[in-house]
Design a protein around this ligand. Structure first.
Ligand code: HEM
Length: 255
């Protein structure tokens, strides 16, 4: 794409936007899958996650990739990864409804897989900690509870599951609306509502990849600095500052 923008490589505008759509969706999808893999791996140290759901997510993801690539390179869909309304249905003849529908169903498939994964996070965390508030460390943060705080990975996973379930549901709603509009254009869609739902889904999803990958830092960073009290713990004791403070930070950023 950069070569084409520098006029070193000749790409037709349609092909450029097809490549850009595949690049955007591909980068976001790969980041999301990789980051969820990181947090899944570490979260499993504390709660009983389902391996079957992990594989199911991968299957939905791969099905989505096939549908997305088919929609783009066979169906010529080139509306950008954010599928902004009214682009999917208003292609000025560049692509047909089949290409757009394949792309949108692909995203929907990936969303269903991730939704199952985060619902499994919620099930396992609530089974172990009793409630999402406890898993966020709120009793320690707001009620001076002396109970042991949840580990940072659990705090991060809880925040991520809350925002991502909301974001993915918002994405599913907007995808369904646009799919209906694609085949029944008389079904009017509110452009502003559609944009807000799309951006809520897209920004939350890509933003949450940061927190999911970040848990690797908490899990892999050597323990000695904590032992020496750099993170608020007394020398020789495990610091207890991390979880509630992180819970507040995550809750703030997530909100
Ligand atoms: C070598 C690294 C990369 C290069 C050269 C590159 C290049 C590009 C180019 C040329 C565009 C088209 C829009 C523009 O001209 O600004 C683009 C769009 C985009 N890129 Fe990248 N990119 C790279 C890495 C990434 C990474 C790592 C991500 C995400 C993790 C990413 C996500 C996106 C997204 C979301 C879009 C918008 C697509 C759309 O609107 O449909 N890119 N990139």
């Amino acid at each position: 794409m950069r070569l084409s923008q520098a006029t070193w490589l000749e790409l037709t505008p349609n092909l450029f936007y097809e490549v850009m759509t595949a690049h955007g969706a591909g980068m976001v999808g790969i980041s999301g899958l990789a980051a969820s893999g990181v947090i899944w791996y570490f979260l499993r140290r504390y709660v009983d996650l389902s391996v079957g759901i992990l594989w199911t997510n991968l299957a939905f993801f791969l099905l989505g990739v096939v549908l997305i690539l088919g929609g783009i390179f066979l169906g010529n869909y080139a509306g950008g990864w954010t599928f902004l309304f009214p682009l999917p249905g208003t292609s000025a003849g560049v692509w047909g409804p089949a290409g757009a529908a394949s792309y949108l169903f692909g995203l929907l498939s990936i969303g269903v897989g991730f939704l199952l994964l985060y619902l499994d996070f919620a099930r396992a965390i609530m089974a172990r900690y009793g409630s999402l508030a406890k898993a966020l460390g709120w009793p320690q943060l707001f009620r001076n509870s002396d109970d042991e705080a949840p580990p940072p990975t659990v705090v991060a996973a809880t925040m991520v599951l809350i925002v991502n379930i909301a974001g993915i549901l918002s994405g599913a709603v907007v995808l369904a609306l646009i799919l209906v509009n694609l085949f029944a254009p008389q079904f009017a869609v509110d452009a502003l509502l559609t944009k807000n739902l799309t951006y809520f889904f897209g920004h939350v999803f890509i933003n949450a990849t940061i927190y999911q990958a970040l848990v690797a830092v908490y899990e892999i960073l050597p323990v000695p600095p904590r032992r020496h009290g750099f993170l608020g713990g007394a020398p020789g004791k495990r610091a207890r500052f991390g979880s509630p403070a992180l819970g507040g930070a995550f809750a703030g950023v997530g909100g």
